[in-house]
Each structure stands twice: as structure tokens, then as C-alpha cells.
Design a protein around this ligand. Structure first.
Ligand SMILES: [Mg+2]
Length: 137
């Protein structure tokens, strides 16, 4: 879809500008790249944790909290896109597979935190098949 393409283009532009590798095909990135990608995502997750921890404090308005929450969530998307691109992963194909697969979780119920559970007949998304196809294309 159009917005997803734009998100990927924007992150690719950043990565090219700063000399970060953007392989064309699925590739397990080198150790330094994996370490960087992990730490970027973890840093943004911690920012989200901090933002949620601010909610309801006396000196923090709802808009202050929401600003921090929005900032960290967009940063999580951005660095996650970066990690997908750094591994040369086919974002749209993987997204389509996972999104369609998630809809097959009907009937699995929810756990105590509200997370949708997998039903007994659930089959995992065909990630491997997508990567095999993309690698030999
Ligand atoms: Mg941030």
C-alpha cells in the first residue's frame, strides 16, 4: 500500500544518506549491524516504557504524555523498518502474510492481558516460504 511504501522509502533514504547497508535480497546482517539494530529498537521501547510511566503524574499533562507516547511509537516503527531493510527483508510480502495469518486467530480467545490467543487449529505464517521465494527469485 502507498503509505507503507513511503515509510520504507523514507527510511531507505536515511540509511543511504548515513552509509548503512540496504541489501536487495534477504540477508543475515553482520554482527555490528545486528547489535545496532537491536539496540535501536530496545532504546525506543525503553522510551515508550518511560512515556507510559509518566502518565498520571501530577506535573505531567495528558498532552505531554501523549506527545512522548507518539514520539516513541513512531521511532519504534522507524527503527523497525530500518532493521527489516538492513536484513533485505520483503516488508510488504511479510506484512501481508502476517496480517492475513493474524485473522486466522479467531476462536482462540484472549489471555488475562487481552492478548488474542492462537486457536487449536492455528498454523504459523509462512515466513520461510516467502524468504525462500525471495532468495531464489
Ligand atoms: Mg525516540
Amino acid at each position: 500500500m502507498v503509505f507503507m511504501d513511503k515509510m520504507e522509502r523514507d527510511v531507505r533514504k536515511f540509511m543511504h544518506l548515513f552509509g548503512q547497508a540496504c541489501p536487495e535480497k534477504p540477508t543475515l546482517a553482520d554482527f555490528e549491524t545486528r547489535r545496532l539494530r537491536y539496540s535501536l529498537i530496545l532504546e525506543e521501547l525503553h522510551e515508550l516504557q518511560d512515556a507510559y510511566a509518566m502518565v498520571g503524574q501530577d506535573d505531567v499533562s495528558e498532552l505531554d504524555s501523549l506527545t512522548e507516547v507518539a514520539d516513541s511509537l513512531i521511532d519504534i516503527l522507524y527503527v523497525t523498518y530500518g532493521a527489516l531493510i538492513a536484513h533485505g527483508l520483503p516488508i510488504q510480502a511479510l506484512w501481508d502474510e502476517v496480517a492475513a495469518n493474524n485473522l486466522t486467530k479467531i476462536g482462540g480467545g484472549k489471555d488475562k492481558n487481552g492478548k488474542v490467543q492462537k486457536p487449536a487449529n492455528y498454523e504459523p505464517p509462512k515466513i520461510r516460504e516467502i524468504l525462500m521465494f525471495e532468495t531464489c527469485e
